[in-house]
Ligand binder design. Structure first.
Ligand code: ADP
Ligand code: ASP
Ligand code: MG
Length: 389
């Protein structure tokens, strides 16, 4: 019998009726004979609301207490899903991250998984139960409750699939799968049936929310087959695999596979030194991007983190830093885009009215930095001009 890990995101378990629908679908899978391990996120907006409650009390909450608070969100959804499965007549049991044996380092708020001691999950599977695991959380080696960073339930799911030797990790979400751009912004975005780990990594690193970047890193490193699919229809979604899938007619054509974007970014510029980087290492939140040049260290983070970073820098005697607010990024994902002068010329002329601040690249992407409020229209424009013709 194959073990399958299925993860349900916040919008998929956003209310009791959605949870009951999912339970009814899962009951069918269970009766087909699969061994099911389900990973859940907190119900939609729950984690944000928990953050807000804490910030009503203090602007600088203790990270340990934040983790105690935030992990409550996933406890609610895991038990509601378990109750719904029991109502369907399916034996099930829910576990916190700690009970599931997800062992992490000590970095409250952005802990990394060290290993998974999943013997309790295995015991319950052997008894014929469906096991439901609270995503986004674990327990540190000093037995403290930790969280894995925003969006981290994807990483919990892929890590469990890897340690349990699962046949597949299915990530259920509120869209059919991965598209050529965020389907909520680009009306004509195309569904991608298969994507390589490396292209998915480039998309995830550059801001596409559909998968947590660490989940893709995990999947790539340990060859975990992942499918992103809809929790509303359960129809086949996007398969993320090891192989490059190349079906281009023009064999050496440089092609954009997808466009991702990130809004509301804040850049801190400080004198580059190792001390500043170590300071950020203590900060324990995901940093969007770090750029080091001779004279300046640039740190790009989500704007909502501004009070926390200010507090950190001000309390560490870093007075001489500057900030640039309201930045955004549009990233074209595809091989070798920046080595094609004609292609670059086209990008520059298409965006001439937009005010691109910087163009940089990696072997798999070309990144435009611009004002945050120009991001959506630039994604739509570039998708139309470069991918719909
Ligand atoms: P979940 O709550 O299930 O974890 P997320 O909100 O984290 O879901 O991720 C799903 C969202 O990712 C979609 O609703 C969509 O707006 C967004 N998204 C961004 N880029 C893409 C893309 N290229 N393909 C599909 N979805 C994307
Ligand atoms: N509930 C957490 C969050 O909102 C984790 C997740 O959804 O993956 O970030
Ligand atoms: Mg998510």
């Amino acid at each position: 019998m194959a073990i399958i890990v299925k993860k349900f995101g916040g919008s998929s378990v956003g209310n009791v009726s959605l949870i009951r629908n999912i339970a009814a679908r899962l009951a069918k899978d269970y009766r087909k004979g699969d061994q099911l391990v389900l990973v859940v996120s907190a119900m939609a907006k729950t984690t944000d609301s928990l953050f807000e409650l804490a910030y009503e009390i203090t602007r600088h909450p203790s990270r340990r207490e934040m983790d105690m608070l935030l992990t409550a969100g996933e406890r609610i959804s895991m038990s509601l899903l378990s109750l719904s499965l029991l109502e369907e007549g399916i034996p099930s049991i829910s576990f916190t991250g700690s009970q599931s044996g997800i062992i992490t380092d000590e970095h409250h708020g952005n802990a990394k998984i060290l290993r998974v001691n999943a013997f309790r999950i295995m015991e319950e599977l052997t008894k014929g139960k469906v096991v439901i695991v609270a995503g986004f959380q674990g327990v540190s080696t000093s037995k403290e409750i930790t969280t894995l960073g925003r969006g981290g339930s994807d990483t919990s799911a892929v890590a469990l699939a890897c340690y349990l030797g699962a046949e597949k990790c299915e990530i259920y979400t509120d869209v059919k799968g991965v598209y050529t751009a965020d389907p909520r912004i680009v009306e004509n975005a195309r569904f991608i049936p298969e994507i390589s780990y490396l292209d998915m990594l480039a998309l995830a690193y550059s801001g596409s929310k559909v998968l947590h970047p660490r989940a893709v890193e995990f999947a790539y490193k340990y060859h975990v087959p992942v499918e992103v699919k809809s929790s509303f229809t359960f129809e086949p979604g996007t398969m993320i695999r090891n192989d490059e899938i190349i079906r281009d007619e023009n064999m050496e054509e440089r092609k954009i596979n997808s466009i991702s974007h990130k809004e509301n970014i804040l850049c801190y510029r400080i004198a580059p030194d190792a001390k500043a980087l170590l300071l950020l290492n203590n900060w324990h939140h995901e940093i969007f991007k770090i750029q080091i040049e001779k004279e300046v260290l640039e740190i790009y983070v989500e704007s909502s983190f501004e009070p926390e970073i200010d507090y950190l820098l001000d309390n560490s005697a870093y007075e001489n830093y500057s900030k640039e607010r309201n930045l955004g990024f549009v990233v074209l994902v595809g091989l070798g885009l920046a080595t094609d002068p004609a292609f670059l010329a086209k990008i520059i002329s298409l965006t001439s009215e937009i005010g691109v601040k910087r163009i940089s690249h990696s072997e798999r992407s070309l990144e435009l930095m611009l004002a945050s409020d120009s991001v959506k229209k630039t994604v739509a424009l570039l998708h139309k001009e470069l991918m719909e013709k």
